[in-house]
Design a binder for this molecule. Structure first.
Ligand SMILES: [Cu+2]
Length: 346
């Protein structure tokens, strides 16, 4: 395991140093004013990450050594995966409040990361509404930096959550409302759009939005999986990968599903610094609905590849009981935390 991790580091060095003639990428990197964003944060020692990711040698056990305490984080990937926030209906408008705060979270056993979080969790709440509803999302900035919420979907420019347009950057201690009509139906995401953008996203300010079609969808066991990663030493590449933040969370405690029941997965790629992410499930195939914006699937497959910001809906029924892996088919990500199990029971 350690060897694999070191090979990742040397690959990054190669990309940033030798391949760029020792100039290009490092210079670009220095030009991006992100250092202040991590003020006071200590980079996690590379050895600590390697240790957390080490395999239990001899036990044939893939995953992390030890576990992450969900109580300390204030959120649990095993709840996040089935947690859909429908907000509150007030005067015919569906409403939420998202509070941004600076928060230290544990992303792998012993690996603490100074995140920025919507409502204290990474990913932020999965917002859920029905196509055509009026929505209002209040952003309250309780952190130390300006932030926004930018929603993917169809809306007026004034509520696009981009600096300099409409409410623009929301400063610490301030608030702003984003009002729009839920459209189109499908699976979207929201994220902060303040600059430097990659930092505001990678520090944890993102979440999923599910817009159900007017006629609804067939009943299913629904799961939300936000694929993400963490740059624990601020070199603009990730050391830890996951779905729903905590590396290997679903290895020791698999996601339980019922045999033959329809399972619907809302899969979002919120990963920064890596161009491609993917999802692969073992021994099963799924219908794939890119962005969830059509009622008919486009593919029947066992692997889906996603660029940054891409998302899609997966539907499958497991015909057999047992434990089935799911993981990034970018093997490097899988070994650094992005893998888990479904446990199919009768
Ligand atoms: Cu931000």
């Amino acid at each position: 395991m350690r060897r694999l991790w070191e090979s990742k580091v040397s690959r990054r060095k190669l990309l940033g140093g030798a391949a760029a003639g020792g100039a290009g990428l490092p210079v670009l990197h220095a030009l991006i004013p992100h250092e202040g964003l991590h003020g006071g944060s200590e980079a996690v020692a590379q050895e600590d990450v390697a240790h957390a990711m080490a395999t239990h040698r001899g036990a044939g056990h893939l995953g992390a050594v030890g576990s992450v305490d969900p109580m300390a984080n204030g959120f649990d990937p095993h709840q996040v995966v089935r947690d859909f926030d429908e907000g509150r209906m007030v005067g015919g408008v569906r409403q939420w409040e998202l509070v941004v705060e600076d928060k230290k979270i544990e992303v792998a056993p012993g690996v603490k990361y100074e995140a920025w979080a919507y409502n204290g969790r990474v990913p932020g709440p999965t917002l859920r509404a029905r196509e055509g509803e009026r929505l209002r999302v209040r952003l309250v900035n309780a952190s130390h930096h300006p932030h926004t919420i930018h929603f993917h979907g169809i809306h007026r420019a004034a509520v696009d959550g981009v600096p300099g347009v409409g409410s623009g950057n929301v400063n610490p201690g301030e608030a702003a409302d984003y009002e729009f009509v839920a459209s189109p139906f499908g699976l979207h995401l929201y994220h902060c759009h303040s600059t430097p953008l990659a930092d505001h996203i990678s520090k944890g300010l993102y979440g999923a939005v599910v817009i159900d079609p007017k006629q609804g969808r067939p009943a299913a066991d629904e799961l939300v999986m936000v694929m993400n990663g963490f740059d624990t030493n601020f070199d603009r590449s990730n050391e830890v990968y996951a779905v729903n933040t905590v590396a290997f969370a679903y290895m020791d405690e698999p996601i339980r599903v019922r045999r033959e029941q329809l399972v619907r997965i809302y899969l979002v790629n919120a990963l920064e610094f890596d161009l491609v992410n993917s999802f692969h499930v073992h021994a099963n195939f799924f219908d794939y609905y890119p962005t969830g914006t059509r009622l008919e699937p486009r593919d029947y497959t066992d692997t889906v590849v996603m660029g940054q910001g891409e998302r899609g809906m997966l539907e499958l029924r497991f015909p057999y009981t047992g434990k089935y892996m799911f993981h990034a088919h970018v093997s490097e990500f899988a070994e650094l935390g992005w893998m888990g199990f479904f446990e199919v029971v009768d």
